[in-house]
Ligand binder design. Structure first.
Ligand SMILES: Cc1cc2nc3c(=O)[nH]c(=O)nc-3n(C[C@H](O)[C@H](O)[C@H](O)COP(=O)(O)O)c2cc1C
Length: 193
């Protein structure tokens, strides 16, 4: 299994969290990290090259910092241009069928803010539904998103643990969504309720 991480961070040099996750991912065998903003500083995407990369990998991970409940703009442009009719969808657009698509994202907001009644109203998983629909339309299996919440408050240890969880997910070991919280272990009293 070959995994392609399409990483979209507009300023990776200033990134703490996505840089750490990408560094962790790079240590996994069979994982290629493709830094979109580094590849296309002029924002002009080489569509044929991107399509070749997608064809050559079985698992596609879209990794990005969560910006305004979505992805940074180069990833949207990448989707618009690379997931073209005749390649990704349409009667002859079968290149992605049978592959797996997963989103990996870091959010400034803590998980409890992403609930009905919370300031962000919806779980990140729900806000990512356009990616789920994209996977469905293109014949890909949509894997559970990997979400790291509350990244501004993460300690170095918690960030390293998030990197370990990311590597486990990339190895194909699904991690329960509840484990993505940055708030530490759930107290046993809560578990007993
Ligand atoms: C333009 C912009 C928009 C953002 N929008 C959100 C948002 O909608 N939800 C959220 O939880 N955090 C939001 N954030 C915080 C980022 O998700 C956070 O800074 C990022 O995940 C940190 O990752 P990094 O260390 O790799 O840069 C936003 C940050 C910026 C700069």
């Amino acid at each position: 299994m070959r995994t392609l991480i399409v990483l979209a961070h507009p300023d990776l040099a200033a990134s703490r969290n996505n840089a750490a996750l990408a560094a962790a991912a790079r240590t996994e065998p069979g994982v290629t990290v493709h830094d979109l903003y580094a590849a296309y500083p002029d924002l002009r995407i080489d569509v044929a090259h991107e399509q070749r990369l997608l064809r050559a990998h079985d698992r596609i991970v879209l990794q990005f910092p969560f910006y305004w409940y979505s992805a940074p703009p180069l990833l949207k442009a990448w989707m618009d241009e690379v997931l073209a009719y005749g390649f990704a969808y349409g009667s002859s657009g079968t290149a992605l069928r049978g592959k797996t698509l997963r989103v990996a994202t870091t959010a400034g907001g803590a998980e409890h803010l992403y609930r009905p009644g919370g300031v962000n109203r919806f779980p990140v998983r729900d806000l990512l539904l356009p990616f789920d629909a994209t996977a469905h339309l293109t014949g890909m299996r949509y894997a559970e998103p990997f979400v790291v919440h509350g990244v501004r408050e993460l300690t170095d240890l918690e960030l390293a643990e998030a990197g370990d969880r990311y590597r486990a997910v990339l190895r194909g070991e699904e991690v329960a969504a509840a484990e993505f919280r940055s708030t530490g272990p759930v107290p046993s009293a809560t578990l007993a309720e």
